[in-house]
Design a protein around this ligand. Structure first.
Ligand code: IDP
Ligand code: MG
Length: 137
C-alpha cells in the first residue's frame, strides 16, 4: 500500500550534523521517495498545530521551545507502508529503550531530543502534510 508520511529531523539532528545520515537511511529503503524537503525554523503557531494533542502535558512547553530552537528539516516520504516503516526506523520515543539500529536508539539519549518525528497514522500524516507542505496536501 503506497502511503505518504511527514518526517521532521528535529533541531538536535541538524545541530549535530546527522541529517545526511538519517536521510540516507530513508533513501536506501527500496522504493521510498522523498517528495518534499525543506530546512526551516518553526514558529510556535505551527508547533501548536503540530503538537496540539500534547497541549497541557508537562513536557509540552519545553518540547515546543526545543522544536523552535533552531532549524529543522521537514520532509514528505512516499512509498510502500511508509507510515509504519518510518515509525520503525525512528524507534520508540525514549532513545534509551529504542533498539540499536533505529535512529533514536543509535543517536539519542534524552527523550525530548530524540532526533526525528514521523506521523503515527495515515490520518496524522494527512493532517501534518497540510501544516508543513500545504501545496502538497
Ligand atoms: P513520538 O514522537 O514517538 O510520536 P509523542 O508521545 O507523540 O512521541 O511525543 C512527541 C514528542 O514529545 C516526542 O518525540 C519527544 O520529543 C517529546 N516527549 C514525549 N514524551 C516526553 C517526555 O516524557 N519527556 C520529554 N519529552 C517528551
Ligand atoms: Mg507522536
Amino acid at each position: 500500500m503506497t502511503q505518504r508520511t511527514l518526517v521532521l529531523l528535529k533541531p538536535d539532528a541538524v545541530r549535530r550534523g546527522l541529517t545526511g545520515e538519517i536521510i540516507s537511511r530513508i533513501e536506501r529503503k527500496a522504493g521510498w521517495r522523498i517528495t518534499a524537503l525543506e530546512l526551516r525554523t518553526l514558529d510556535t503557531d505551527t508547533l501548536e498545530q503540530h503538537y496540539g494533542e500534547h497541549k497541557g502535558k508537562p513536557f509540552y512547553e519545553p518540547l515546543v521551545e526545543f522544536m523552535a530552537s533552531g532549524p529543522l528539516v521537514a520532509l514528505i516520504v512516499e512509498g510502500e507502508r511508509v507510515v509504519e516503516g518510518l515509525r520503525a526506523l525512528a524507534g520508540p520515543t525514549d532513545p534509551i529503550v529504542a533498539p540499536p539500529g533505529t535512529v533514536r536508539g543509535d543517536y539519542g539519549v534524552v527523550v525530548r531530543e530524540n532526533l526525528i518525528h514521523a506521523s503515527d497514522s495515515d490520518e496524522s500524516a494527512a493532517r501534518e502534510i497540510k501544516i508543513f507542505f500545504p501545496a502538497h496536501a
